[in-house]
Design a protein around this ligand. Sequence first.
Ligand SMILES: [Zn+2]
Length: 83
Amino acid sequence: MKEKNHTRPPLESLACVNLDCDLYGQKGGHNLKIRKVYGRDNIRYLRCRGCQQEFSERKNTALWNSKIPEAKAVSVAKHLAEG
Ligand SMILES: [Zn+2]
């Protein structure tokens, strides 16, 4: 099965995933540099200019995608608990 490529987020929408980094979560496209592209899906491997840490864009998007609904779920649960 072949995945479509049109869902790939632009580099500007990605940010460093290192919590200790000054550039953590700061999107903008200049913080990250593409190191290489790998795999069937052409996953980009990125390096942060701030901390020099390398990670795949898949890790990055998975992180952001999972963070939003989770935070929302927590706040909803809190509301229910406070009644
Ligand atoms: Zn960084």
